[in-house]
Ligand binder design. Structure first.
Ligand code: NCD
Ligand code: ZN
Length: 347
């Protein structure tokens, strides 16, 4: 018996595409299913100015295989030297859809991030004026804060004060991993949304550490306790339009993942939609998947919902996803949920 589900074509509101050979290898994995994605600017060096974002967009479009369509929604990496006029210009031209805040040192390629929030106040105020969203990597980086507490502490010490000091600033809490993140979003009426990744709906911290260390499950923010995974599942499948999909699909070569100091990031672009259908079905919420993956994100970003559709089909045999994507010099491992999945995107 087969079951099908047709949705408006989804978008990915948090995606790492990298550059060069890696970009070439991973872009089709996203463009196959997704119409648009918010493109993370944490290249080396980061995408800081409007000119750099335009050049990066051109490289992305040049890497798109013939016959595929895809619209990259560009972001600027916020630094203490970011020029508010440059941000406003890049937004007004339609090129840039958000600015990304990385606390300095929080994650991969975040050394140029913000240390002193007073220094970025003029940029944040301009963004509030023009309605340009701030995408936030919500973790403090203080050495004395336990890595599993860094999101909760960030909300209290940084996010809430910044939002109070900048009325009207529209904020996306990206890749929330805790019940604290869910609760903070729910306690605010406007101007605040959150993305949730596919993998954080599937793994908790035991998956990373029990029975041997699993480098392909290591990402930042790191997966938390089971109670937090359940809170994320409840939020994603609730129909609350403040929660939407941002895969944070973050490719690193296997050599750098399977390493004494392995990189953070799960690569989920290839199988995200099938995995989400599995998760939403488990939660008896298949009717909420279109909201989460295709409607709530455009709603927050004030963009139209995609016109065309994708169809997912559930069959009796488990779907075979590629284990790895070859990128010439090395491979990238596709996220393995650890259970058979019967859904696949079929049209
Ligand atoms: C991201 C990356 O590799 O660029 N890694 C990750 O674990 N998510 C950076 C990020 O979004 O934190
Ligand atoms: Zn990310």
């Amino acid at each position: 018996m087969t079951q099908t589900l047709t949705l408006r074509r989804p978008d990915d509101w948090h995606l790492h595409l990298r550059d060069g050979a890696m970009l070439q290898a991973v872009l089709p994995e996203t463009a196959r299913h997704f119409a648009r994605a918010i493109i993370m600017p944490n290249l080396v060096p980061p995408v800081v100015t409007g000119d750099q974002a335009a050049a990066y967009r051109d490289r992305i479009m040049a890497a798109l295989p013939d016959g595929m369509t895809f619209e990259p929604l560009m972001t600027l990496y916020l630094t203490e030297d970011t020029d508010p006029d440059d941000v406003a210009q890049a937004a007004a031209s339609g090129l840039v859809k958000a600015v990304k805040l990385y606390p300095a040192g929080a994650t991969t390629n975040s050394a140029s991030g913000v240390r002193d929030f007073d220094k970025v106040r003029p940029v944040l105020e301009r963004m509030a004026d023009i309605g340009l969203p701030l995408c936030v990597h919500g973790e403090v980086t203080d050495a004395d804060i336990d890595i599993f507490d860094r999101e909760a502490v960030f909300i209290d010490r940084v996010l809430d004060p910044v939002r109070r000091a900048t009325p009207g600033l529209r904020v996306v809490m990206e890749h929330i991993t805790t019940a604290n993140g869910v609760d903070y979003v729910k306690s605010n009426d406007t101007d605040l949304g959150a993305t949730i990744t596919t993998h954080h709906l599937i793994i908790n911290r035991n998956h990373i550490l029990v029975g041997g260390i699993k480098p392909h499950y290591y990402c930042l923010p790191v997966a938390k306790r089971e109670e937090h995974r359940l809170a994320l599942r409840a939020a994603a499948t609730s129909g609350d339009d403040r929660f939407f999909l941002g895969t944070d699909s973050a490719p690193h070569t296997d050599a750098l993942k399977e390493h004494p100091c392995g990189c953070a990031g799960c690569f989920t672009a290839t199988n995200t939609m099938a995995l989400l259908a599995h998760v939403f079905e488990e939660e008896n919420a298949l009717d909420k998947l279109e909201g989460f993956a295709s409607r709530n994100g455009p709603g927050f970003y004030k963009l139209p919902v995609n016109i065309d559709t994708i169809t997912l089909t559930k069959s009796e045999t488990a779907t075979k996803f590629p284990a790895k994507i070859d990128m010439g010099e090395g491979t990238v491992t596709v996220f393995d949920p650890g259970f058979p999945v019967y859904w696949n995107v079929t049209a």
